[in-house]
Design a protein around this ligand. Structure first.
Ligand SMILES: Cc1cc2nc3c(=O)[nH]c(=O)nc-3n(C[C@H](O)[C@H](O)[C@H](O)COP(=O)(O)OP(=O)(O)OC[C@H]3O[C@@H](n4cnc5c(N)ncnc54)[C@H](O)[C@@H]3O)c2cc1C
Length: 301
């Protein structure tokens, strides 16, 4: 069974190639731009085209899928990759499943619906299934190093394209919460943006990165949108997640329920977050957090 893999980021491409070995015995990767290998049995190299946008490679990928006839085309679940996936599915008459949280070699996938309140099982019904899937789904896969055969693919010009009118740089965040073993999430229990320093001090005392609930980023704008956790944000699986002043709505909880240990601090003893927490402290975070920071600064030197 051949699995073809395609991603925007090289790191994700490699992780998905490693994970794809759980589904099939042959893994082939699509690489746009600089040819590179070592992580797949075969690399299909599409040379970068001047002025081409990422989406402009869709026709070339479609031609490749028709040639390789993989059982799965695994695609990184970014917005642009999903756009390409939809277009590929239409061009190829193939099933597309987005944001699979589980995937079997039989083509059965689980997929969260209703903002994470329910899980739907889906099964691809075409010979090639296009599935957008995060590498976290194959978390226990081992990295492999291979001699990859590299073949260069002729670019197929797109039938239509998009013109870039302007570009604006997003504010940079240094934290990569996906890789953090410990994450502190702050919610609307925080009264003012300047109090984030108190949260950052606490996170530093336990070697954690800071994320937040959606209203802190998307509503208040106190933290970058890239750092909010939940069904429409980051889906995390750290060793420890500490929820501070977060009520525990399902849309947030689906982003943290793969954590090994959840600790919650909330002044409302009936807050839903306590249903998901392994340890809970009922209290005012403005009293609890400085006390915890002081404690960990003493014991974790
Ligand atoms: C389609 C859709 C998608 C969404 N996606 C996401 C998502 O991806 N991520 C996400 O986070 N949300 C998402 N939401 C929003 C979600 O439904 C909740 O509104 C949000 O998670 C609530 O954030 P919160 O817990 O910070 O705030 P609140 O629900 O307002 O909770 C604040 C909590 O802080 C506690 N508190 C207040 N003061 C203190 C104090 N001093 N000390 C201790 N505790 C205190 C309160 O008791 C309360 O429990 C989505 C909503 C929709 C409709």
């Amino acid at each position: 069974m051949t699995i073809l893999v395609f991603a925007e980021k090289t790191s994700t491409l490699i992780e998905l190639c490693n994970g794809a070995r759980q589904l099939g015995d042959r893994v082939e990767a699509i690489v746009i731009g600089e040819a590179q290998g070592g992580f797949a049995d075969k690399v299909w190299h599409i040379p970068a085209q001047a002025d081409a946008m990422f989406e402009d490679y869709t026709e070339t990928i479609a031609a490749l899928v028709e040639k390789v006839k993989p059982s799965f085309l695994l695609v990184e679940p970014t917005k642009r990759c999903k756009l390409v996936s939809g277009r590929l599915a239409a061009m190829l008459g193939a099933s597309v499943i987005t944001d699979a949280s589980e995937l079997t070699s039989a083509g059965e996938a689980k997929h969260m619906v209703y903002g994470g309140a329910a899980v739907r099982k889906e099964k691809a019904v075409t010979a090639t299934a296009i599935v957008t899937v995060g590498s976290g789904v194959f978390a226990d896969s081992e990295p492999v190093t291979l001699e990859s055969e590299v073949e260069t693919v002729a670019f197929v010009a797109p039938a239509f394209t998009i013109k870039v009118v302007s570009k604006e740089q997003k504010p940079k965040t240094s934290a990569d919460l996906n890789k953090s073993k410990r994450v502190v999430g702050i919610g609307r229990g925080l009264a003012a943006q300047e109090d984030l320093d108190m949260i950052k001090d606490f996170a530093a005392s336990i070697g954690a990165e800071v994320g937040c609930s959606r209203p802190i980023a998307d509503g208040e704008g106190w933290m970058p949108k890239e750092l909010y956790i939940g069904v429409t944000g980051l889906m995390l699986s750290p060793d420890i997640y500490v929820a501070l002043g977060i009520s525990g709505q399902i849309q947030h909880v689906v982003g943290i329920n793969q954590s090994k240990v959840v600790i919650a601090v909330n002044k409302d003893k009936n807050a839903p977050i306590f249903k998901y927490a392994d340890y809970g402290i009922v209290g005012d975070l403005y009293k609890v957090v400085p006390a915890l920071t002081e404690h960990f600064n003493k014991v974790l030197v």
